[in-house]
Design a protein around this ligand. Structure first.
Ligand code: SF4
Length: 349
């Protein structure tokens, strides 16, 4: 049994070939910064932040559609807070049009909109449903509730993404990655089995990691030792299993189907999202076909940052034109965005 001190010592004094490790989960990016992990690692081990912050990968066309719906009389946009300041294809965001007459409500759970919709049956409530496998069951539960309670005035504008397909896309398109920290929350739902074919195909190790400092260090230590081997190792067995949560998967499959969807900075990735099935299209606010992605600021390098091809600090706008108060791209908006966490934690490597 290796102790935490031995793990730290190994990772600090490592002097083998350079290793790029990508954490594909926004919560991991935030936890890595909060625990000061880059400062513990040898200069030969690099941590890269991937496309795992849901707000950061939501394409500009989605934000444009949300803004358009918000300006239609009778519509109420309901959203989590992070999405309020994300720019679309222009610098305009939801927060700004809220001041121009649009009605935008913030909630903490999709089910919070049920009483809102019941109280105002003459309005149409549109939920900005962004997220990964972790949040999709909550949207499925919302649809379940709408059907059961015969609520007619709620729709979803979806931008739901799935992790294995985008990781496969990164590997197939030259992202310089030697190992992945697999997303802990997503793996609770999907199980870690879904990463095994990718690990084998590209001979890249995956370590499913928790969110505490010692859990992250144990996973990093494990995958550094496995570089070059196509294996998935579960370092978060208290909540993650190989098969995942079957009940949540069944609920998702009842209402949603796999689809090709657009990612900010990456374009359309085959089979990497979920859309409502045709028989539930009455709950859809126009999510199909949102494939365009234009930058509000053309100098923004979010695409390269999300691919692991550039560190946030290498973007010419980082910390100058682009700050959390003046975000030029989605990666600076969310508290889980790589540019946001690098800037607010003074991270340089
Ligand atoms: Fe885009 Fe700002 Fe990040 Fe640069 S620092 S990549 S402009 S979000």
């Amino acid at each position: 049994m290796v102790t935490l001190e031995e793990i730290k010592e190994y990772l600090k004094s490592y002097d083998g070939p350079e290793i790029n490790i990508m954490e594909v989960c926004g919560s991991h990016t935030a936890a890595i910064a909060k625990n000061g992990i880059p400062g513990i690692l040898s200069p030969w081990i690099h941590l890269l932040s991937g496309p795992g912050c849901p707000v950061c990968v939501t394409p500009s066309s989605y934000v444009d559609k949300l803004l358009e719906l918000a300006m239609e009389p009778g519509n109420v946009i309901v959203t989590f807070g992070d999405l309020l300041r994300v720019p679309g294809s222009t610098p305009v965001n939801l927060s700004q049009i809220k001041g121009k007459g649009a009605r935008v409500e913030m909630v903490y759970s999709p089910l919070d909109m049920v009483p809102l919709a019941k109280n105002e049956p003459d309005k149409t409530f549109i939920f900005a449903a962004v997220g990964f496998e972790t949040t999709t069951p909550a949207y499925a539960l919302l649809i379940d509730t709408l059907i059961r309670d015969q609520i007619q005035n709620v729709k979803l504008l979806t931008a739901l993404k799935t992790m294995p397909e985008v990781i496969d896309h990164l590997c197939a398109n030259g992202a310089p990655i030697d190992a992945f920290l697999a997303p802990g929350h997503v793996s609770v739902i999907t199980g870690y089995e879904c990463f095994e074919p990718i690990a084998r195909q590209y001979r890249i190790p995956f370590g499913v990691a928790g969110f505490k400092g010692q859990e992250l260090l144990a996973a990093i230590y494990g995958i550094v030792k496995l570089v070059g081997q196509g294996r998935v190792v579960n370092f978060y067995p208290s909540v993650v299993s190989r098969q995942g949560n079957a009940a949540a998967q069944k609920l998702i499959d009842q209402y949603f189907e796999r689809a090709d969807v657009a990612w900010r900075g990456l374009g359309v990735v085959k089979g990497s999202g979920k859309l409502l099935k045709d028989e539930y299209s009455r709950f859809d606010a126009g999510s199909r076909g949102l494939v365009e992605d234009h930058k509000a600021n053309r100098a923004c390098c979010c695409d390269k940052v999300l691919m692991g091809k550039m560190k946030p600090t290498e973007c010419p706008l980082f910390g100058k034109v682009c700050t959390p108060m003046t975000p030029q791209g989605a990666c600076m908006v969310s508290t889980e965005g790589s540019c946001f966490t690098w800037l607010t934690n003074h991270r340089t490597q």
